[in-house]
Design a protein around this ligand. Structure first.
Ligand SMILES: [Zn+2]
Length: 153
């Protein structure tokens, strides 16, 4: 089972779901833009793949018909298109994405009701001195080393 994750799904999750997780490059860019700690944790587990132009056009056509096109970002469109390409299940809390998936017969799951635990708290640990911090910082204020995000248990 391949799951296609959009940004709303990734932002809502504490753990990657069971199975293969795939997302278009645009989703990873969004996480990176928000300096999201999950990318540090999941970077190696998350497969990134481009959708085909043909699928992208099919999604756009369907979204235009349903009136969702204006509410879908290019990244949203690539999420749905990728699901067509690999036969995957879309994981998203975005109503327009869910709507277009339903119209196109693509399996989808909302994150909020899929039993996936929502994100709670993150802690950050220095890679150098090992000190823990609550706030996200680029460098450790003690020793200046890099920081890594950890899920709070
Ligand atoms: Zn340090």
């Amino acid at each position: 089972m391949v799951l296609i994750l959009d940004s709303s799904a990734l932002f809502a999750m504490e753990d990657l779901p069971e199975g293969d997780s795939l997302c278009p490059p645009g989703v990873v860019e969004e996480l990176r833009r928000y300096k999201d700690g999950r990318l540090d944790l999941w970077g190696d587990l998350l497969r990134v793949s481009d959708c085909t132009k043909a699928s992208e056009e099919r999604v756009k056509a369907a979204a235009k018909k349903s009136g969702d096109l204006g509410r879908l970002s290019p990244v949203d469109i690539s999420v749905i298109a990728l699901a067509i390409d690999v036969g995957g299940i879309v994981l998203s809390d975005d109503y327009s994405i869910e709507n277009v998936c339903a119209i196109m017969g693509i399996e989808y799951r909302p994150v909020g009701t899929s039993g996936i635990k929502r994100i709670e708290k993150w802690n950050y640990r220095c890679l150098g001195c090992g000190k823990w911090f609550k706030e996200k910082m680029d460098d450790c204020p003690v020793c200046g080393s890099g920081m890594r995000a950890h899920r709070k248990r």
